[in-house]
Design a protein around this ligand. Structure first.
Ligand code: NAD
Length: 256
């Protein structure tokens, strides 16, 4: 059976952990060359070791998606390594705790510092990546981009501070970019995961795991690999008429 991303070059941010790592491995399995970028170069390298052990090819890069020069260097390094860019997964993100907001914080109680950090990484970071990726893909004659939003991009999750605001922004950015760049032959979609078993949700799972599972029709957390499969499809030519969409993969959480 032919591989879905054979011969394509791909870039993944947040590739050193969780959903990004699982997607890097899935992209390589489907025949892509993969640039694995993360704030932690050490974690990106660990993903690359696994990817190469499975027979894939790629490079590991350090990036801070909130920094324009760093993002420009990441995209340039990917083009240097592979000769161009066909697919991008803008997935790096932080949760309220990493942004400096306490657990269960209400929106009016969020500090300006935490608000700015959340939006800088989760929203501006996606836009900066998209901006540089579009330039690279225009030169190639087209491409496919997937942004990681969340069910928090569709629902106003109580007590999640500015995280849902940032993810609603990613949903809006995805729609605008899809409309603006369809004429460049670039498709732009978002993936909206529900609760997934990754390092990001470790504390939430320990503190509220059973309560969350009770609200999920499929009665479990998702696996990062289950998100990766949807991203592979959205980046592949099989999704040739899919753009501007927000694909929910949440075990039914947002359906009830
Ligand atoms: N796990 C979930 O339940 C869930 C649900 C919905 C959406 N998401 C989203 O999925 C994405 C991946 O999350 P995950 O669960 O795999 O989390 P994770 O913490 O395992 O991975 C996130 C990765 O992003 C990297 N990162 C953070 N800030 C960065 C920056 N400024 N520049 C570059 N890299 C940076 C981290 O180093 C880490 O490797 C995030 O955007 C998250 O908001 C996760």
């Amino acid at each position: 059976m032919s591989k879905l991303l054979e011969g394509k070059s791909a870039l993944i941010t947040g590739g050193g952990s969780g959903i990004g790592r699982a997607t890097a491995l899935a992209f390589a399995r489907e025949g892509a060359w993969v640039a694995v970028a993360d704030l932690s170069l050490e974690n990106a390298k660990q993903t690359l070791v696994r990817l190469e052990a499975a027979g894939g090819q790629g490079v590991a890069l350090q990036v801070d998606v909130a920094d324009d020069a760093s993002v420009a260097a990441m995209v340039a390094a990917t083009i240097d390594a592979f000769g161009g860019l066909d697919c991008a997964f803008n997935n790096a993100g932080i949760n309220p705790a990493t942004a400096g907001a306490g657990g269960g914080q209400k929106i009016a109680d969020v500090s300006l510092e935490s608000w700015n950090r959340m939006l800088a990484v989760n929203l501006t970071g996606v836009w900066l990546c998209l901006r540089h990726e579009v330039q690279a893909m225009r030169a190639r004659g087209g491409g496919a981009i997937v942004n990681t939003a969340s069910i928090a991009g569709l629902l106003g999750l109580a007590g999640a501070s500015s995280y849902p605001v940032s993810k609603h922004g990613v949903v809006g950015l995805t729609k605008v970019a899809a409309a603006d760049h369809a004429s460049d032959h670039i498709r732009v979609n978002a993936i909206c995961p529900g609760y997934i078993e990754t390092p990001m949700t470790e504390e939430t799972r320990q503190r509220h795991g059973n309560r969350i599972i009770d609200r999920v029709p499929m009665s479990r957390f998702g696996e990062p690999e289950e998100i990766a499969e949807a991203v592979v499809f959205l980046c592949s030519d099989r999704a040739s008429f899919v753009t501007g969409s927000c694909w929910t993969a949440d075990g039914g959480y947002s359906a009830v």
